[in-house]
Design a protein around this ligand. Structure first.
Ligand SMILES: Nc1ncnc2c1ncn2[C@@H]1O[C@H](COP(=O)(O)OP(=O)(O)OP(=O)(O)O)[C@@H](O)[C@H]1O
Ligand SMILES: [Mg+2]
Length: 303
């Protein structure tokens, strides 16, 4: 069957409003803002923006509501080239909306955020046939309280022979953690759920015979890949002039999924993802530095 998308993502899409102040406000005072900037965030949404920038056909199917923030996310994703035609809506759904006070003098960031409704996976959308119309499924666990809603699409994908790439941050649910065949998590998460602080040991603790790949990402220390066959390998981060590492993990997931959908072997997927994440880190903001496929190729040739 000809697939409609390379990557279908079900998970988090958020909005960050950055409020720039010359000095942190004192209680009970009126303060003029220097400026306000709005950015889209969220793990799955940023991974899909990465996939689209790298030239893949990406679609987002996390649940959104009927509020202004939901509409902003839909328009922003479409502008980035992410297909939103499958997007499920629910009147109770509300994306996470963060207000970040950036004190330009003291260089501090104070984050305030709302969580007032359902976000992440919808209970019964997208339909099974739409899930199967993608080459790979990408999920995160923002809907941690609704694990069944996330297990449903993942199981549909696995039953159809599609790979499921997951990033988890919050869950403790062994059934959910066991589901993806491509589990890519931070060292922080891996240490919390396995008790193993060494990345290779944590990867082995998360391994079972239905996994294809476990990757533990360790920030500037790079990542550890454990693939079928049982050999673990370390992939150092590329040395780049780092400006902002926000979203490196999200970009890593998106680029890994693209390389997987293109049929690259595990070590080349991780190399591609490591390069995309390093390039992102060279610019400020969660998404600005996300490279194109050509930029990743040029960068890799220069290494
Ligand atoms: N300072 C850095 N320089 C170069 N590459 C980096 C740097 N930080 C992260 N990376 C790359 O990005 C990958 C993912 O980063 P990290 O382990 O920090 O993800 P994370 O903890 O999920 O972060 P976040 O959730 O904030 O995006 C790393 O394995 C590495 O390849
Ligand atoms: Mg992360």
């Amino acid at each position: 069957m000809e697939k409609r998308w390379d990557i279908l993502g079900i998970g988090s899409a958020t909005v960050d409003d950055l409020l720039f102040v010359p000095a942190f406000p004192v209680q009970d005072t009126k303060n003029k803002l220097d400026r306000v900037e709005r950015f889209g965030g969220g793990l799955t949404a940023t991974a899909l923006v990465t996939a689209a920038r790298l030239g893949a056909r990406a679609a987002f199917a996390g649940v959104l509501g009927d509020d202004d923030i939901s509409r902003w996310i839909e328009i922003d994703l479409a502008r980035e080239g992410v297909d939103v035609s499958l997007l499920p809506r629910h009147p109770d759904a509300r994306p996470i909306h963060a207000f970040i006070i950036v004190d330009s003098t003291a260089e501090t960031r104070t984050i305030l955020y709302t969580v007032d409704g359902r976000t992440g996976a919808h209970d019964d959308l997208p339909a099974a046939e739409d899930i199967r119309a993608a080459k790979a499924l990408l999920i995160d666990d923002i809907s941690v309280d609704h694990a069944d809603a996330l297990i449903r699409p993942a199981q549909i994908a696995l039953d159809a022979g599609m790979p499921v790439v997951a990033d988890f941050e919050w869950t403790n649910d062994p059934a959910l953690i066991a589901i993806p065949d491509h589990l890519i998590v931070s060292q922080r998460f891996a240490a919390r759920v396995t008790g193993e602080t060494a990345p290779e040991a944590a990867a082995r603790a998360l391994w079972h015979d239905r996994r294809a790949v476990v990757v533990i990402t360790c920030g500037a220390e790079g990542s550890w890949l454990l693939a079928r066959g049982g050999v673990a390998s370390h992939h150092p981060a590329f040395p780049v002039p780092v400006v902002d590492t926000t979203g490196c993990g999200d970009v890593f997931h998106g680029a890994y999924a693209v390389a997987l959908a293109r049929g690259l072997p595990p070590d080349e997927r991780v190399r591609y993802a490591t390069a995309a994440a390093a390039l992102k880190a060279t610019q400020a903001g969660g998404r600005k530095g996300i490279p194109t496929h050509e930029q990743v190729e040029v960068f890799l040739r220069s290494q």
